[in-house]
Design a binder for this molecule. Sequence first.
Ligand SMILES: *Cc1c(COP(=O)(O)O)cnc(C)c1O
Length: 356
Amino acid sequence: MKVHNFNAGPSVLPKEVIKKSAQSVINFNDSGLSLLEISHRSIDFLEIIEKTTFLVKRIMNLNDDYAILFLQGGATLQFSMVPYNLMNKKAAYLDTGFWAKNAINEAKKFGKVRVLFSGKNKNYTYISKNYHIPYDMDYFHCTSNNTIVGSQMKIFPVTYSIPLVCDMSSDIFSRKLDFCKFSLIYASAQKNVSSAGMTIVIVKKDILEKIRKNIPSYMDYKIHIHNNSILNTPNVFSIYTSMLTLEWIENQGGLSVLGEKNQYKAKLLYDEIDHNNLFENKIHKENRSDMNVSFFLKKKNLEKEFNKMWKKENIVGLDGHRYLGGYRASIYNALPLKSIQFLIEIMKEFEKKFSY
Ligand SMILES: *Cc1c(COP(=O)(O)O)cnc(C)c1O
């Protein structure tokens, strides 16, 4: 059965990745064992972790100044792990959405948080570029893509000697950026990469050198680096599946090709929303996300009719976040162009039927 999967996370993955990953659960590398049955310290798994690390660096064009970690606890753990490791006294944050706000709330437990911009009073529909980063901050934290409202940072500030830290959970590997400008990037895997239960952390090792804190082992980046991500038993399945997705990304032509495809996919959908009489998008045009496209019915009383229409066509995951209502089409790397074209057809048909 053909299903169009617009889920926000866990979400659509490339079909061939799912197939290979499922096969490995039954018989991993013709070993007669399941991937779920092998030791995380076996040569086979060490090769997987090495290859995955290598691919992350090659795809993002990062050198050996960076360490790549595959941790647990989701992006949510990173909300506290970042300040635990990096905050001496104060850090600067951008409040651009619900996840950013969560990151801020956690950071406040470790020191002073300066919120340089908050989009809250505009319902997070806009991300300012006009803020000043004070020189005495331990780091600057931002969220590249705001999954719930559907906004995205298109440019990042120059932070000079202040480490630039970014939650890229919902747009990692979706576009080409100058990743060397970032000192720490984290992303939970279940949006654009793999299954839930694993978080990729990319950290420039030199920012960890001045830390003189006594940090619980699992929370300490340096200890994870020293142990090559196997301080404890990692999520073997999710790491393996990430490796497959990264291979898929390279086969697609890498981040510049994927970035262009993603922009094209998003533009088609935004154009339809803008031209269709019955729908609207509320995000400032230059901040519209290429990964999560949110939209609302102008006449709320048509909700039942629209829901009936897309649900019977095997479209799933189109409901907006429970905080916001409306609709959200998450259109990650692996979502086929065809699914977007199909959704657009449904929206056009709906307009024809109900706009009068
Ligand atoms: C999904 C998401 C998170 C939370 O990830 P968990 O793995 O559930 O902790 C954090 N930040 C952003 C931007 C997200 O999209």
